[in-house]
Design a protein around this ligand. Structure first.
Ligand code: NAD
Length: 499
């Protein structure tokens, strides 16, 4: 702490809290009030990342030999500590990235849920046993830890996303170097501290704060790192994939989205409107699963738009620590400028600006990155505002004439994370479940709201085929080993000795 009570938070490397090798730091400020300096964090470089990788490599051998149920007991203790510290951690999160307090509590709750779930995996991690084609021979498969994992995370779920990656890695017996987003180092620091306090041995989890170009690249290029798990934009994901390729490490990518809610003409309109408001403007539209597109059947289009816009106009924007506020700031100046840019694009493309469209920068908003919740209507599916991820409080509403057209609109983007349908027709609901090409799908609920025990991830340019959360996460952080035990006492040749 300095004389003004502003803390300096260090890296965790090999069980020691240490400054960056350069001694440099960067600032973390509140996006609702940039006069509020939250802390200084280590501005790390390649040297720091390499030290952390070395520490993780040294810790791997003893850690992989700790029985998985014992590893899991540490996760269980971490879950209990997260429960105890939930309110403080949520307040820290709202202060550093702006989401309203209720949602920040939900973010911490996801880490709690994941910690309890992965603690349970300490006594599961089931493999298979299978009959052998030969006599007196036993066949089975087991999960094995892989080694050092480099984990690179975004700012929008600053505790939940690190937990989705770190906890399965740890229970599988891997060791970790975490590089969180530079906009949200405090929530990552808080999470790592919980795991340290829960009793994790030195070096098993290391934290290195700093930029993607410095710290991130060192993890991607390291021959010692066996797995990289990245969540972030599709653009950076492509760099991650390319930079990691020469060392043949496993690369798990969770990237952007342009998610859609389809509202059929038989939908409960009030329910659909509630879902579209929450899906579009929850977390200020800064969720990978945000419902940034809404397609509405022509027969109910006018009625829907009327109710939707009316409700969006009532959203109270402000500091997320104020309990009456429903939508916080964008996370940074850059993010609010992106929003303003796309509002200009939408206008130029000829969409109708039904509400919002302005940055809020006077009075109580003057020191933050606020923007009105914004709805464009009469949007054509090929417009840029209907194709590109904006990652802010901007929703594009489009009319359609038939279910088939709605499916074509839904699938007509480069992303494939989440989609939803509002209908009372069970046949249409099942057709949509089958035909929309996304990793997540909802019926009569918005595109957000995944639970931690099912696989999470997307198709097309949203992901590269892996899934996180649930049991599926174990596939990212472990490797299968198939084992054959011949107890016949003689040479038996598979595929050759048939008797
Ligand atoms: P980003 O891609 O800018 O950054 C993500 C992380 O990568 C950060 O830690 C950043 O420092 C790091 N990074 C940047 N350049 C790097 C490089 N060259 N090498 C290595 N690391 C580098 O994303 P963001 O702005 O933090 O997050 C928003 C994006 O994340 C959105 O596109 C959103 O859709 C996506 N997201 C996806 C999911 C999902 O599960 N699919 C979840 C949350 C967020």
């Amino acid at each position: 702490m300095n004389e003004l009570g502003v803390p300096t938070c260090q890296n965790l490397i090999g069980g020691e809290w240490v400054p960056a090798a350069s001694g440099e730091v960067f600032e973390n400020r509140n996006p609702a009030d940039t006069g509020d300096l939250i802390g200084y964090f280590a501005k790390s470089s390649r040297t720091d990342a390499e030290r952390a990788v070395d520490a993780a490599a040294r810790a791997f051998e003893p850690w992989r030999l700790v029985p998985a149920p014992k590893r899991a007991e540490i996760l269980f203790r971490a879950a209990q500590l997260l429960v105890e510290r939930k309110e403080r951690l949520a307040r820290d999160m709202t202060r550093e990235m702006g989401k309203v307090l209720e949602e920040a509590r939900g973010d911490v709750q996801e880490a709690i849920d994941m910690a309890f779930f992965m603690a349970g995996e300490g006594r599961r991690q089931h493999g298979q046993t299978a009959p052998s084609e030969l006599r007196d021979k036993f066949a089975m498969s087991i999960r094995q830890p892989i080694g050092v994992c480099g984990i690179i995370t975004p700012w929008n779920f600053p505790m939940a996303i690190p937990s989705w990656k770190i906890l399965p890695a740890l229970v599988c017996g891997d060791t970790v170097v975490l590089k969180p987003a530079t906009l949200t180092p405090l929530s990552a620091w808080n999470f790592v501290k919980v795991l340290e306090d829960a009793g994790l041995p030195p070096g098993v989890l290391n934290l290195v704060t700093g930029g993607g170009g410095d710290v991130g690249n060192a993890l991607l290029e390291s021959p010692v790192v066996s797995v990289v798990s990245f969540t972030g934009s599709t653009e950076v994901g492509r760099t991650v994939s390319t930079k990691a390729a020469p060392t043949f490490k496993k690369v798990h990518l969770e990237m952007g989205g342009k998610n859609i809610i389809v509202v059929m003409d038989d939908a409960d309109l009030a329910l659909a409107v509630d879902g579209c408001v929450w899906g579009g403007f929850g977390t200020t539209g800064q969720r990978c699963t945000a419902a940034s597109r809404v397609a509405v059947h022509r027969k109910v289009y006018e009625a829907f738009v009327d109710q939707y816009v009316r409700q969006v106009r009532t959203l109270k924007v402000g500091d997320g620590l104020d309990p009456s506020v429903q939508m916080g700031p964008s996370v940074s100046r850059g993010q609010v400028e992106t929003v303003m840019h796309y509002v200009g694009v939408g206008r130029a493309e000829g969409a109708t600006l039904a509400c919002g469209g302005h940055a809020l920068d006077t009075g109580a908003y003057a020191k933050g990155f606020f923007h009105e919740p914004t709805v464009f209507t009469d949007v054509h599916p090929q417009m840029r505002i209907a194709q590109e991820e904006i990652f802010g409080p901007v929703v594009s509403v489009m009319p359609f004439e038939s279910f088939e057209e709605a499916v074509a609109i839904a699938n007509g983007v480069e992303y494939g994370l989440s989609a939803s349908i509002y209908t009372r027709d069970i046949n249409l609901a099942f057709r949509a479940m089958r035909d929309l090409h996304t990793g997540l799908f909802y019926v009569n609920a918005p595109t957000i709201g995944a639970e931690i025990h099912l696989p999470f991830g997307g198709t097309k340019n949203t992901g590269n085929g892996h899934r996180e959360a649930g049991e599926a996460a174990l596939d990212v952080f472990s490797e299968w080993k198939s084992i054959y035990v011949d107890f016949s006492g003689r040479l038996q040749r598979a595929q050759i000795d048939t008797e």
